[in-house]
Ligand binder design. Structure first.
Ligand SMILES: NC(=O)CC[C@H](N)C(=O)O
Length: 197
């Protein structure tokens, strides 16, 4: 059997793109930034970084990549969103800014900035289904998942709130594994991408 190395894009409109590129390379994927529809068409999977979901939503519209993103996710492209990226993958935001759009793909309702503002950022050990031993979760103005639909698997909770989920080929975390040097969540995603073939 030939095991090919998946090509994983990182949505590079805004946010901590570089850290994800490094984490993916460490998790044995080939990774590159994606901004335009032509670039999206070339990748097997996509990571949506942390940053600011309202800005990301605006830029996705400006770059003409929002609809193509929705189509690829609907068609089953593996996708992983961290923090603002989790918000972008939510079918519904509880407290959106006016005009804020998401890509959708995960049947969940999210609450932005749920864990508090920037100065209330924190780190916590989080047990994630499918990963041996706790992951150091970095939470920066992090959202939590308020509720999920029947198709969504909850992978982690913190303080009684859902912070990691998976629905089919879509994975999302409230926290930022790309900032810790621990690449196990990226390895989990890379495995999902390989399994999707
Ligand atoms: N670190 C982050 O990605 C913060 C997310 C930000 N609070 C938002 O609403 O998009």
């Amino acid at each position: 059997m030939v095991v090919s190395t998946p090509l994983i894009g990182v949505l590079a409109l805004q946010g901590d793109v570089r850290e994800h590129l490094i984490a993916l390379a460490a998790a044995d994927a080939v990774a590159r930034p994606v901004r335009r529809p032509e670039e999206l068409a070339e990748v097997d999977a996509l990571v949506i970084p942390g940053g600011e979901s309202t800005t990301m939503s605006k830029l996705a519209t400006v770059f003409g990549v929002l609809e193509p993103l929705r189509e690829r996710v609907r068609a089953g492209m593996p996708v992983y969103g961290t923090c603002a990226g989790l918000i972008m993958l939510a079918d519904k935001i509880l407290d959106p800014r006016s005009g804020q759009e998401t890509i959708g793909g995960i049947d969940m309702i999210v609450r932005r900035n749920a864990f508090g503002r920037q100065n209330e950022s924190f780190e916590a050990a989080v047990d994630v289904t499918g990963i041996d031993g706790p992951v150091e979760g970095v939470f920066i103005r992090a959202p939590w998942v308020e509720s999920v639909g029947a198709e969504v698997e909850v992978l982690a909770e913190h303080g009684g709130h859902i912070v990691a989920v998976r629905q089919g080929r879509a994975l999302a975390t409230s926290f930022h594994p790309e900032l810790t040097g621990d690449h196990r969540v990226h390895a989990l995603f890379t495995e999902m991408v390989r399994a999707a073939g």
